[in-house]
Design a binder for this molecule. Sequence first.
Ligand code: CA
Ligand code: CA
Length: 105
Amino acid sequence: MHDPRPQTPTAMKEAAVSHPVMPTALSVVRSRRALLRLALVATTAAVVPVALTDNAAAFRDRDCSDFRTQRQAQRFFKKQGGPREDPHNLDSDNDGKACEHLPRR
Ligand SMILES: [Ca+2]
Ligand SMILES: [Ca+2]
């Protein structure tokens, strides 16, 4: 088994040199960074799933089959920013009319 502690007097001296008198200040900085990183990771881990869940809940893709009439689809399409925006792709031919194949009323 390997013992990490220095075995020879020379190795001990080298170890002492590579860890100077300020290890406390240095390790404080290091642990602060580690803490910050940990906090960042924890925050990201906590926020990202919530954000994803929120988005998924807020945006439920609608299709023409979700509407009974073209009029309903058109109303929804306009509410969602149509025809400039069409996040649900209700107007795939971009003529400003959503779900033309649905009955008018
Ligand atoms: Ca859609
Ligand atoms: Ca269309």
